[in-house]
Ligand binder design. Sequence first.
Ligand code: F6R
Length: 250
Amino acid sequence: MISEPANATLRKNIHVSDSAAKAAVAIARKISNAIKQHQLIGKTFRLGLATGATPVPLYKELIKLYQQGDVNFKNVHTYNLDEYDEISFDNPNSYHGFMRENLFDHINIPLEQTHFPSGDDPAAYDREIASVGGLDLLILGIGSNGHIAFNEPGSEKDSPSRLIELDASTIADNKQYFPDGDMPTRAITMGLKTILDTKTLVLMAWGDSKASIIAESLSCTPSADLPASFLQDHPNTLYFLDHGSASKLS
Ligand code: F6R
């Protein structure tokens, strides 16, 4: 299937790179410039972060920029998209553990400036983020079923941060990370409302396995059946793809 992105603005915001590593250089540069601009005017930069395989090249690049002295994170607060329910944060497969291993332990961000949704009162995350004026930039991956964060199909565009049952397809995709078979089947996710209230969204997707869902999410009428399709209506969503994930776009 060859799909047309729905409109010209969307098309302008689609960046296709030769590789995830090359795209990561461009995105890391964009983030570090934004951090520095906020530093110059004494402002906090609020950065939303994803986990999973997709953002790993970007995190490597951000660590590199930090080690080269090109950026520092002292004025940054991070807000992760999600966390599994009832998982110990010491578990390396928890998203707390993932973030420490892949980013936080390698840069100068104080851990008290890193935020995650909590199962105790998930909607408190929305209030906390709204009270500081929303997120400046948010990194997203896309699930094979079109979820963003863990907003599974059926999630409405005004959905709050909440506890959610993971789709069978999400469990199938992620159970490889839990070889002991102890993968949680519920998670706490940032809701679509807070995601869509973010100033700049950066959706990344790499490889042929993401080609169909990327093409569909850019060409279908936005609906809860495919939560990533709501990004079409956001005024500033940037899509960073490689040739594989872009292969079903015309
Ligand atoms: C994780 C998240 C998810 C992933 C998506 C893709 O924090 O928000 O929506 O981005 O499941 O996962 P990967 O990158 O492993 O293909």
